[in-house]
Design a protein around this ligand. Structure first.
Ligand SMILES: Cc1ncc(COP(=O)(O)O)c(C=O)c1O
Ligand SMILES: N[C@@H](CCCC[NH3+])C(=O)O
Length: 417
């Protein structure tokens, strides 16, 4: 059985999807190892050593996915102690991990230091002091990069734009030199890099190039001060086509970064792609529970909800919805595809032409990134199972959550309370 996610090929493989749904139930996330590998190679072929690629774990942190990437030689970008634990459990190495995030706790910093993490991407002066304190208590030296906010408009959804002054992320460009000097004065910090991340689902190269200009200028300024920065991490954010968008061509940008790094010398580059590696490598399969025609709107009620795939509800994001079994020669009414959760915002698509009946399967496309990782138990719904298709085989890589796990660990008060 082979499996790809182009619509036509999905139909050719309808038996496979139907079989998987029958075996594992729905909703079900299905990922393709071949697609993840191909996406990874799109970057790695233009990114020779010593430059590094750190996959952003938040996009999809299933252990099998992380393991495929670790075997491909990936480094990892994490934002929590939990993500670090996952990377290690999946066979990744701590030295290949960069730790991003604005709110790292004491516990997370201590854990990362104990594991000999590759680098902390530090987002504030307060965080710098905290890492110094913990590293000195442990008698170790922490590798540090400063995340700088380049104040660039990423031209994306405001909730996922991160590189503007008004956003909570990074250290303001104008403060970077002072914070860097402070870091250099602290004994248990090794100030070795700068980084930025301007946002996610960016579809034009210009914001990346603008950010790169500002970061290279900053490195120039730091070097004039005698501060020898040895790495620049430009983050992730590479968008994928969900609807009719143009595919973002990354190779030109990657080459431009390398050209500039070579020009100034002694600089290793890093990137942190997430969505671009796993987004189109996954679908969410869901079953139609009811067709509910109405005078104003028709609804297809499916068994997946916003708790399984939050992107449409949170960002009004578009995902193609494809029937797994196509009914030939029948009308395709206009329908809203909605879930069972008690919120009007619980939808996967509005005004779609779809002919589907109770029991039919639908595939929600491009669900490999920020799908399962943003799932919750809202409405006390168990999180879905995940399957990886590899070659002729499909393996269950995460079981559906058992219902009992949804209340285990909770305690009712005794009668005397
Ligand atoms: C610091 C950092 N790096 C990398 C990423 C990955 O972004 P994307 O999935 O858009 O490539 C994110 C998320 O936006 C992030 O916050
Ligand atoms: N969760 C977002 C991306 C946010 C990236 C995290 N920095 C999405 O689904 O598009």
């Amino acid at each position: 059985m082979s499996f790809t996610y182009k619509e036509t090929e999905l139909f050719a493989e309808q038996c496979a999807v139907t079989e998987l749904a029958k075996t594992h139930g729905t909703p079900l996330f299905v990922y393709s190892k071949a697609a993840i590998t191909a996406n990874w190679q799109q970057f790695s072929q233009h990114w020779p050593a010593p430059h590094k690629l750190c996959y952003a774990v938040k996009a999809n942190s299933n252990l099998a996915v992380l393991n495929v990437l670790a075997r491909l030689g990936a480094g990892f970008d994490i934002v929590s102690g939990g993500e670090l634990a996952r990377v290690l459990a999946a066979g990744g190495k701590a030295e290949d991990v960069v730790f991003s995030g604005v709110g790292k706790s004491h516990e997370e910093i201590a854990y990362a230091l104990d594991q000999n993490i590759g680098c902390f991407n530090v987002e504030s002066s307060a965080e710098l002091e905290r890492i110094q304190h913990i590293a000195s208590e442990k008698g170790v030296v922490a590798p540090i990069s400063l995340r700088v906010n380049p104040d660039v408009d990423a031209q994306t959804h405001p909730y996922i734009a991160t590189g503007l002054k008004a956003n909570k992320f990074g250290i303001a460009m104008g403060e970077a030199l002072d914070v860097f000097r402070r870091g250099q004065a602290l004994e248990n910090l090794d100030m070795r890099g700068v980084d930025c991340h301007i946002g996610s689902q960016i579809l034009t190269p210009q914001p990346f190039l603008d950010a790169a200009d500002r970061m290279f200028n900053l490195i120039g300024t730091l070097r004039e001060e005698g501060i020898q920065i040895t790495h620049l991490d430009m983050g992730g954010g590479f968008g994928i086509p969900y609807q009719h968008e143009e595919k973002l061509e990354v190779s030109g940008y990657l080459q431009e970064l390398q050209r500039r790094a070579k020009e100034i010398g002694n600089l290793t580059l890093m990137l942190e792609p997430g969505r671009a590696i796993v987004g189109n490598a996954g679908i969410m399969v869901t079953k139609v529970e009811y067709y509910k025609p109405g005078s104003e709107k028709n609804f297809l009620l499916v068994d997946a909800g916003m708790n399984d795939l939050l992107r449409p509800s949170l960002y009004n994001a578009y995902h193609d919805i494809v029937p797994v079994q196509r009914h030939q020669g029948v009308d395709e009414p206009l329908v809203d595809v909605v879930g069972p959760v008690c919120e009007t915002g619980d939808f996967f698509g509005h005004a779609r032409h779809l002919a589907a009946q109770e029991g039919d399967l639908l595939a929600v496309m491009n669900a490999g990134a920020y799908g399962f990782t943003m799932a919750s138990n809202y409405n006390t719904r168990p999180r879905a199972a995940e399957v990886m298709v590899h070659g002729e085989t499909a393996s269950l890589i995460r079981e559906r959550e058992p219902l009992a796990s949804l209340w285990q660990g909770e305690h009712v008060l005794g009668d005397d309370a």
